[in-house]
Ligand binder design. Sequence first.
Ligand code: SF4
Length: 406
Amino acid sequence: MAVPLMHAVRVGLYVLKQHLSGRKRYPLVLMLEPLFRCNLACAGCGKIDYPAEILNQRMSLQECLDADAEAGAPVIAIAGGEPLLHKEMPQIVENLTARKKYVYLCTNGLLLEKKINDYKPSPFFSWDIHLDGDKEMHDASVCQEGVYERAIKAIKLAKSKGFRVSINCTLFDGAVPERVAAFLDEAMALGVDGVMTAPGYAYERAPDQEHFLNRQKTKTLFRDIFRLGKGHKWRFTQSPLFLNFLAGNENYQCTPWGKPLRTVFGWQRPCYLLGEGYAKTFRELMEDTDWDKYGTGAYEKCADCMVHSGYEATAVMDAVRRPWHIAKVALFGPETEKPMVPEISLANQRPAEYGYDEQVQIQLANLSAANEGRPRNRGPRVRVNGRPVSVRVQKEQMTEAAGAAE
Ligand code: SF4
């Protein structure tokens, strides 16, 4: 089973409890991005071109624990950036699992061998290794040769030490169903506990804007993959109804608050994928966000989105409402032959707003204000991207990058 029975039961009971208490909006998975710094520069990533001052920010252990206490979600996914560059990551994982939260630590695997002894196997902890397909697909996706092999080595090492391991696989336009199917067979042969797959979201800051899938292509691709997978017993960490949605069989609207994101900036509005402002508290995020402004059909930036961070929660909530439906899909797999459900009309969507530069300026101003009043002697400074950065910070950065490249 891709997700342990106790995990599924706990999440199911949590959802049921929220329903029974009449709570309209609640989180299922807390997404934590305690840093944006990464040791790769993937073509489809929308998070790594911040100025160095922002890339040098970290959420502290206490801030991560406070975010968990605020949101109260049963599952926590820690992403970034590359989380293994965060010095307090072992303590963050240890404290969250001690609270009986199911923690998925998303990593590209490059630092795993070096850091693995800082972590202990636990039913509450899983490595989530980034692999966007076979060697050629993945190395092209992360724009670096040799990363696939190191990720495979990391998976084998983690499994040999008794850890739970899942694969996080994002697919882009041009993915060939037969190759993806062969990759999923290979992943199962490696003994991973499950694969989480989704189409890439068209981040406006991603260097490669040409290879994101639109909704029709996404549905066709996943139908083709699932058709090839009949009888292969692939293990996915996602709800069968989310997979059914990817194959064009569910008429879902997204649930952006289902996977709220806390970053070094605060709580991101409205969802993991779109950064259109930040709230200081989780409560403020939930109560003051104008949720009706977002979603496919409502907003241009949402037009092609079919990502799990928006729709997995919808699928899980649907499963609680229609348990017979999920049982059928779990038993027979996603439908691949009948007509797809009609697509949501985009006729009335509002046009995209582009506020990235404004957000960066706000965050830099906040940082500058926070630094006021600190001891003036901050050591020698160098200029990075035209901005002054302390030599100490710059050295730390270079050491981390060198460590990552080892
Ligand atoms: S459709 Fe929903 S989850 Fe996707 S980008 Fe828009 S608000 Fe976020």
